[in-house]
Each structure stands twice: as structure tokens, then as C-alpha cells.
Write a protein that binds this ligand. Structure first.
Ligand SMILES: [Zn+2]
Length: 139
């Protein structure tokens, strides 16, 4: 080997996600017109075990990072909502706006000696509240 990889933490998906999170731009840079963005996720994989719903709020000082690990422990998948969030947040409207979508995990769940496709479904609700002109705190 003439070329050693030094990025140990990046070898895992979680490590990469953490790496990308740190590099993500702030909400106020990505979506200057958004005062608050909310994401709510409900999970369902058809089994009796249903992960708890998750919800997230993003304010202008938060990092605009919209990839979420699949809640199934053994799964390496993630739900990437980046493009859905961008579409919604960039829509020109002063009213509150929201969208719903359903995403299926494309990860693999590790079993004893094999891995099987993950069927976790995420029902996602994204809503954005636009800044009103009165909120201008910059000057
Ligand atoms: Zn999964």
C-alpha cells in the first residue's frame, strides 16, 4: 500500500454523517427567509416494534443538515430529506407551508451472517415558517 487512508471515523456511515453535519451550512445561510423549519418523522416497518416518532426544529442558527439514521439498530441506512427540505424552504411564499412524503429505507440490516434489505418506512412531515418582514434583526 502506498496510500494509507487516514479517515478512520469516516469508514462508517455514522462517521460520514457526523463529518457532513459539521460541514453543513447554517440555516440562515441556506434559507435566509425561513424563521423555523420543523421535521416530524413516524416510522413503520410492518413489524410489532415501531420506533418512537422523532421531531426536529431548525432555527436560523442551526446547521441545515437533513439526513437521519434509520432507527433500526442493525441497519446502515439513512433517510435523506435534503432535497425535499430545499424545495419546500425555497418556495416563494410568506405563508406557513408544509409537505408530506413517505420514504423507504434503502439500507441493509445486518443479521448473523448475512444482511437483508431494510423495509423501514418513514412518514415525514416538513413545515417551514417564513420570517416576516418585521422580524428583521439585522439592522
Ligand atoms: Zn433501515
Amino acid at each position: 500500500m502506498t496510500y494509507a487512508r487516514k479517515a478512520g471515523a469516516l469508514e462508517t456511515r455514522q462517521g460520514r454523517r457526523q463529518h457532513d453535519f459539521v460541514r453543513a451550512s447554517l440555516m440562515r445561510q441556506l434559507f435566509p427567509e425561513v424563521a423555523e423549519l420543523r421535521i416530524e418523522i413516524e416510522f413503520d416497518d410492518g413489524s410489532a416494534w415501531v420506533p418512537s416518532p422523532q421531531s426536529f426544529s431548525y432555527f436560523p442558527a442551526a446547521r441545515g443538515f437533513f439526513r437521519f439514521a434509520c432507527p433500526c439498530h442493525a441497519c446502515n441506512g439513512e433517510f435523506d430529506l435534503t432535497s425535499s427540505v430545499s424545495t419546500l424552504a425555497r418556495a416563494r411564499s410568506v405563508k406557513p407551508r408544509s409537505t408530506r412524503l413517505e420514504v423507504t429505507c434503502e439500507g441493509q440490516r445486518a443479521r448473523e451472517n448475512e444482511s437483508v434489505g431494510c423495509a423501514m418506512r418513514a412518514r415525514v412531515s416538513i413545515s417551514a415558517i417564513a420570517r416576516s418582514p418585521d422580524d428583521d434583526d439585522e439592522g
